[in-house]
Design a protein around this ligand. Structure first.
Ligand code: PSV
Ligand code: MN
Ligand code: MN
Length: 388
């Protein structure tokens, strides 16, 4: 039997970081549907992130994206966040939006372009020093569209050189999280397409380099929880970018498309001890909201991650191990399914009451009047950065 007080304690300790870019307008390749009241500045994105934390008590940090959140005073931005009851989290670099990066950034055949890209990554570490952020998240759009376009192996070498230079610049308590993605915008050979490539680079770099698993970045049918279990065993799971996908990198709300997959992932996290702060596994959201209201959608994602975590914590490890050892295939599967099929919403309501917040975060947000406030106050919201 699982001890409910331990489950509750683990749920109260879990933090889910929200991304600044999820609060701004974003769209598809075809259209951005602008919403009234979206943030115009990094400060306003932080204010919205603070509302998510206020109503969930589970989202105490917000990830920044440079240059979308560039400012000339990062300590002031950190102070603004603290004033709102949140802190600045991971710094996301951006070496994919300049014309210079048409053929790649750190893997570009031209050393001048590689220098520019690496300098941006180094600047992001300077920003981490100023914000007090622990992690630098690296996602590279680098790749090629056609066989023969560039030398695949040489590009790996260029990538390795840039990563090594940035790794050397990291402080003792700082980390780099290398994110992989199967395809898009490169359609033939992406330079960091999978966890194996990311893992190989991180292993070579050292303990401060870790792999980040974005749940939308795999081929359909990939067993993501297997990747999670493996990285965790190897001490190389830096964290997650949670989102849902039906087809490719859809960036929908976490837990919306396949809550069972999210549960299976969280089960491997729990099983591998990844909820413990010492492991450094960062739980982040990476999503874009094109048609739905942003703040309640982000609250929903936080709640979905919490529900998957609660179910994972309810798996009875003793019963599971006994069934596995006895070769009881159906029993073992039933132990997992019993936990998955448990309605954990009452438990999470209790957890929230014990934390002194409303048991229904979305209803509390709606009652708060924040949505009307931002529509009245903020005129001329900006795009998140995608397509900007
Ligand atoms: C692009 O696919 C992406 O969604 C990556 O997942 C990054 O984490 C995110 O953008 C922010 O750069
Ligand atoms: Mn991501
Ligand atoms: Mn993505």
């Amino acid at each position: 039997m699982t001890d409910l007080s331990t489950v509750k304690a683990a749920l109260k300790a879990q933090s889910i970081e929200t991304p600044s870019w999820a609060y701004g307008n974003s769209g598809t390749r075809f259209k951005v549907f602008a919403q009234a009241g979206v943030p115009r500045t990094p400060q306003e994105k932080i204010d919205d992130a603070a509302r998510v934390h206020e109503f969930t008590a589970a989202a105490p940090s917000v990830a920044l994206h440079i240059p979308w959140d560039r400012t000339d005073d990062y300590p002031a931005l950190a102070a603004h966040a603290a004033g709102q009851g949140v802190r600045l989290g991971v710094i996301n670099s951006n070496v994919f939006q300049d014309d210079d990066y048409k053929l790649g950034s750190v893997t570009h055949p031209d050393p001048k372009i590689r220098r520019k890209a690496t300098d941006h990554l180094l600047e992001c570490v300077d920003i981490m020093d100023a914000t007090g952020s622990r992690d630098l998240k690296l996602w590279f759009s680098d790749g090629t569209n056609y066989p023969g376009q560039d030398d695949i192996a040489d590009r790996q070498g260029r990538l390795g050189d840039a990563l090594a230079e940035v790794y050397e610049r990291l402080g003792d308590d700082q980390r780099m999280l290398l994110e992989y993605k199967l395809f898009e915008p490169a359609f033939y050979a992406t330079d960091v397409p999978d966890w194996g490539t990311a893992y190989a680079h991180c292993l070579k770099l050292g303990p401060k380099a870790q792999v980040v698993v974005d749940t939308g970045h795999h081929a359909p049918g990939t067993n993501i929880e297997f990747i999670v279990a493996t990285l965790l065993r190897e001490g190389k799971l830096g964290g997650f970018d949670f989102n849902s996908r039906f087809y490719a990198d859809d960036d929908l709300m976490a837990g919306a498309a396949d809550p069972f997959q999210l549960f299976r992932i969280m089960y491997e996290v729990v099983r591998g001890g990844g909820l413990a702060a010492e492991t450094g596994v960062a739980f982040m959201l990476d999503q874009c909201h094109n048609i739905e209201a942003k703040i309640p959608a982000i609250i929903r994602s936080v709640m979905n991650v919490q529900e998957a975590t609660a179910k994972a914590l309810l798996v009875d490890p003793v019963a599971l191990r006994a069934a596995q050892q006895a070769g009881e295939v159906l029993e073992a599967n039933a132990v997992l399914m019993d936990a998955y099929n448990t309605d954990v919403r009452p438990l999470l309501r209790e957890v929230r009451e014990e934390q002194g917040i409303d048991p229904d975060p979305i209803a509390a947000y709606k009652r708060s009047g924040w949505a009307d406030h931002i529509v009245a106050e903020r005129v001329g919201g900006t795009q998140a950065g995608w397509g900007a």
